[in-house]
Design a protein. Structure first.
Length: 192
């Protein structure tokens, strides 16, 4: 039986708690400070040894991947609620601005989305694919009803999303793009 076919032993309760604590701490640290924080510092803040971190995540990239995967999956899950409760235009813009707010408050996610050396598509390719597909579906639905201008591809809108994340982080205000938000939204809107 190959290693990939072997069943994975469930973690002991204390190991599960340690893993959860490391992930929670890593999310907080990466959100506030980005990818540059050393593993030893994450371990110290989580109250565990570096060996404990490495047992669960053999590299810092693996830990960052787990955090990015969680953030992207959270964003994708929110899209299903938007589709179920809003019209296509409102769902698209709610998802777009929630993504901007999420990335503006999470330096690690913004770095992964901007592909600043830690591309989400490399670190968490399946999560990135789900995010792109979800974003593309929301865009296509909004374009189909004329709420978002035609001719835009998901890569165009993703680049704009990342740019807005950076602008909002630069300004240091949650939801604080002010008139820039109106300009971006007006630029995305379909023409009547």
């Amino acid at each position: 039986m190959s290693a990939s076919q072997e069943s994975v032993k469930p973690l002991r309760a204390d190991a599960r708690r340690n893993r959860a604590r490391v992930l929670e701490t890593a999310h907080e640290v990466f959100a506030a400070e980005g990818f540059g924080v050393p593993i030893d510092e994450i371990a110290r803040r989580a109250g565990v040894g570096a060996g404990t971190v490495y047992r669960h995540f053999p590299t810092k990239e693996a830990l960052f991947e787990a955090v990015v995967l969680d953030r992207l999956d959270h964003m994708v899950a929110s899209a299903a609620d938007l589709v179920a409760t809003r019209d296509p235009g409102d769902a698209f813009f709610a998802f777009f601005w929630a993504g901007v707010d999420e990335g503006a408050g999470d330096k690690g996610l913004a770095e992964a989305m901007a592909e600043a050396g830690y591309a989400a598509e490399v670190l968490a390719p399946e999560a990135e694919k789900r995010f792109r597909n979800t974003f593309g579906d929301l865009l296509a639905r909004a374009q189909a009803v004329g709420a978002v201008r035609g001719g835009l591809a998901v890569d165009d809108v993703r680049a704009l999303l990342v740019g807005c994340m950076a602008m909002q982080r630069y300004r240091g205000e949650a939801g604080g793009l002010g008139v820039l938000r109106e300009i971006v939204q007006d630029g995305l809107r379909g023409r009547s």
